[in-house]
Design a protein around this ligand. Structure first.
Ligand SMILES: Nc1ncnc2c1ncn2[C@@H]1O[C@H](COP(=O)(O)OP(=O)(O)OP(=O)(O)O)[C@@H](O)[C@H]1O
Length: 258
């Protein structure tokens, strides 16, 4: 993507942002609240478009005219799936089973195969006992698992995950991280502001700054975690200064709370 300028309601959100993701990469997208992670994932999912610049998918412009074409839209939506930060925005079917079946049905998958996918992904995300329940009455963590199962049922090659572990208990977050780590031949771009999960979520880290344009860091996640300057500049870590009597010392501190 090559985004010169992205505004929402006249407010600049992203500027001078250039990077690309290769097939099979695991990228963790990091930055403080409001730095533009969600907006970036929406750009990559063709749900928003920059005022200046372009987003490309397989070398083709991902813009409104391209997505208006049925063949392109079908190919793109069949390959690229976005997990919304607020999963309530994704769940609208009367039952969990219908929710998981929705994507494959939209893509014209035959009914016996739809049913097989529902069973497979309900099993993978421990939803089998919940298949007849309406999604809106589930817990936050259960809803997130339903949304993940619904995405996986489409058989995406690219997963865009917006804070997938937010609101999950530690065991559920761990199971999701393990699930993602076990996926083969899937490109995964995951946003988080949890540095403790960054290395598990992506071997490559892309760090957005709080208000300066461009990418503050793009490289191996392990290298970012050792780059105190970039972490402090991004706002994901800061220096505490303490006075103990006459002695003053500063130490590096990573923010990692929900
Ligand atoms: N629909 C909108 N209209 C106007 N401004 C918006 C809109 N959506 C987002 N913004 C603004 O764009 C900026 C980036 O928002 P975005 O949701 O992409 O950040 P984020 O990095 O995902 O934050 P968080 O970690 O809090 O989820 C914020 O300042 C936000 O207020």
């Amino acid at each position: 993507m090559d985004v010169g300028r992205m505004e929402l309601r006249g407010r600049p959100v992203l500027r001078e942002l250039r990077f690309s993701v290769a097939a099979g990469e695991r990228v963790v997208l990091l930055g403080v609240n409001g730095c533009g992670k969600t907006t970036l994932l929406k750009l990559m999912d063709g749900l928003a478009f920059p005022q200046e610049g372009a987003v490309r998918w397989r070398g083709r412009a991902l813009d409104a005219p391209a997505l208006a074409g049925a063949a392109f839209r079908r190919a793109f939506r069949g390959e690229v799936a976005l997990l919304f930060q607020n999963v309530d925005a994704m769940l609208f079917n009367p039952s969990v089973a219908d929710e998981i079946a929705f994507g494959p049905r939209q893509l014209g998958v035959a009914e016996p195969e739809v049913e097989a996918r529902v069973a497979r992904w309900a099993g993978a995300f421990e939803l089998t006992a919940l298949l007849e329940r309406p999604p809106f009455e589930l817990s936050g963590g259960e809803k997130k698992r339903v949304a993940m199962a619904a995405l996986m049922a489409v058989g995406p090659k690219v997963l865009l995950l917006d804070e997938p572990t937010a609101g999950l208990d530690p065991a559920s977050a761990g199971r999701l991280v393990d699930f993602l780590a076990g996926l083969e031949r899937v490109t995964v771009v995951t946003s988080t502001h949890h540095l403790t999960l960054a290395e598990e979520l992506g071997t490559r880290a892309v760090l957005l700054g709080p208000d300066r344009p461009g990418v503050l860091f793009d490289g191996p996640t392990a290298a970012l975690l050792g780059d105190e300057r970039a972490l402090v500049e991004s706002g994901l870590a800061h220096r505490h200064v303490h006075a103990h009597g006459v002695e003053v010392h500063a130490h590096f501190h990573v923010h990692d709370t929900e």
